[in-house]
Design a protein around this ligand. Sequence first.
Ligand code: ADP
Ligand code: MG
Ligand code: ZN
Length: 607
Amino acid sequence: MKNLFKNFFLVLIIFLTISYLFSLYSSKSTPVEKIGLERLVQEINNEEIASITVKGDNLSIVLKDNREQTADKEPGESLSQLLHNYGVSPEKITAVNIRVKNDSTATIFLTTVLPLLIPILVFAGLFYFIMRSAQGVNNRALSFGQTTAKEIDRHKNKITFKDVGGVKEAKEELREVVQFLKQPKKFTDLGAKIPKGILLLGSPGTGKTLLARAVAGEANVPFFSLSGSEFVEMFVGVGASRVRDLFKKAKKSAPCIVFIDEIDAVGRRRGAGLGGSHDEREQTLNQILVEMDGFEADTNVIVMAATNRPDVLDPALLRPGRFDRQVILDEPDIKDRYEILKIHATNKPLAQDADLHLVAQRTPGFSGADLANVLNEAAILAAKKNKKVIDNEDLLVSIEKVMLGPERKSRLLSDKEKEITAYHEAGHALVAHFLPHTDPVQKISIVARGQAGGYTLKMPERDKHLQSKQEFIEEIAVLLGGYLSEKIVYGEVTTGATSDLRQATGLARRLVTDFGMSEKLGPRTFGEKEEMIFLGREIHEQRDYSEKVAEQIDQEINNFIHQARTMAEEIINNHRQELETISHELITKETIEKDAFEAMVGPKPLA
Ligand code: ADP
Ligand code: MG
Ligand code: ZN
């Protein structure tokens, strides 16, 4: 809008200037006396005239006394012919100095062309400006089929392997790719085929996007990045033409990397599901495959893609010659977590007591993004307290914040609610403490956090990769601890246990259907977890078992839950005294840390 105004004024000013110039040009001729032809003949006969300049049909007359006059002659006749017709004698005519001046081109331009041209110019100008400002709106519409891929400036914010912590195997694999990009000849000379597609697999936040950029940074090649969801738009055919455009661009700037983030958005198994958006996705996916197949052997474009859902990818994507290399990004273990923390702490001033080893130890299951978030939250916390450095306290508080969401101190509990919550959490804590295979309790609190009314924080002492049936059942017991404590103390339960029960049931179901941990049903899985999208909703399980087996599954789930319940009940009944102590402490202090807790219940029994 602002632009339109500016342009409008510009046109107006040009217009005014031209009119002014015009008025100057035309005003010059007005003060001269205009005479008729008879008068002219008279003056010639009286020999008063010094010269006559003929310009078209216009006569400029200069008299001997220097006065100036003008006259118009009849068109089509020369002045001497005219004078002759008026009966002026030839001698008199020759005595007058007659000069004939052709209209100069400049004058023709000024007098005839310009007046025609100006309105045209003004309109053309206006039209142009209006078009231009309208284009701002339409640009997006006009550039549909073009790729929206951004080439990231590789000299600014350059990311290299040094900026990626952990994921050692993945980095090792990708070093090879960097070599391919840097010295393709070394490999092609030996007849080796350069891989076309590399698929990065890992759960969200493990650094897939980061690692892809780091490969481009290490190889120092252009990096075209596009998210899978950007391909899919409302208009059919846009995705495919975007893909074409993207690859055309990439081939021009080879060697380079094309990165398709979240490829599962387009690369889902074709033909699964019902619904309109499917055709579009399939076309897009087909185009990607066509482009990758069309690479010449020496096209040095490497396509990288990332997903956290390899299970839903179309098998055609994983065929040789396409994304046949798969690089798995593991969740960081304690050493990796320390490394990642150190990377993200480089630009943050840490206090002497800040212990990143401790943070790494207390954050099993955290992804790289979570860890980056912990440090960021700690910095924000320190800044809020007007501190110059981040101390250990800030770090530890931030871990909980990232894990459970922010504390909601404003959620007021009545005294009765507070008491119930205290017993509930004490129940979780007790069961967690006295069972041999559970993670030790770190903290108990009845301050609301995120969705939870209160929480009991448990933390494994080391990273776990495999879990046994016994551990799962104990976990279910801990989940039931809150419910049972309420039931034992008050004889009834509140809605506070809902999500615990849902989690416990879910876990018990997985023991039976996914882990094959039921003796009765044996070593098999139940239910095909196939992805189908119908009217925007994902329908998960496909039953691959009979009604009779369904009944047995339900029974087994009940069995597991019953086992867990018996375990938890026994512990709470045997430790009623401790339950009271912990609850009262919670009601007064709201939070109990690990040391204070162990002082009340003794050390955790060993497995
Ligand atoms: P993904 O693409 O796997 O979901 P990202 O690469 O987008 O994860 O990671 C998000 C952010 O988390 C990164 O920008 C980075 O700050 C941090 N991060 C994740 N993994 C790592 C890692 N291995 N090393 C360092 N930082 C990491
Ligand atoms: Mg990502
Ligand atoms: Zn609970």
